[in-house]
Design a protein around this ligand. Structure first.
Ligand code: ZN
Length: 136
């Protein structure tokens, strides 16, 4: 298992972690298997997307329609924080990805990047776990 940390600003911070994951796959020397990528925490998510400004704005717009950051959520009554919208987006997109590995390489399409999206209301550090599972 490999783990790395990155500092995040929150409020729709899109971070491309593809290179990090590729390095972990190369180090593992595993030729055939899968990479499981997982972010710890309930206000961030992992997805695969084209890493391009326009689509980032589009995703932000769609998600803001579903769960606006400045709306009131029942969750705010529980802890006194203001990140109810972040929890909803994190749950909808999910914390994990599985990417196949063939001949020692992640099988991503030309425009597919592994992207962490941080939705939280404050800056924080995120822990990402990468587990390489060998196909026997
Ligand atoms: Zn919360």
């Amino acid at each position: 298992m490999a783990l790395f940390r990155i500092a995040k600003k929150g409020h729709y911070d899109f971070i491309n972690i593809t290179q990090k994951v590729k390095e972990i796959v190369e180090k593992s020397k595993i030729k055939d298997g899968v990479a499981l990528i997982f972010v710890k925490g309930t206000t961030a998510a992992l997805t695969i997307m084209e890493y391009e400004e326009g689509i980032m704005e589009d995703i932000k717009e769609v998600l803001e329609k579903m769960a606006p950051e400045n709306a009131d959520y029942k969750h705010h009554l529980k802890w006194g924080d203001r990140n109810g919208a972040a929890h909803i987006k994190s749950a909808l997109i999910g914390p994990d990805l599985v990417v196949p590995i063939e001949e020692g390489k992640l099988q991503l399409g030309q425009w597919q990047e592994i992207v962490l999206i941080d939705f939280d209301e404050k800056e924080r550090e995120r822990e990402i776990v990468v587990k390489i599972i060998k196909n026997e």
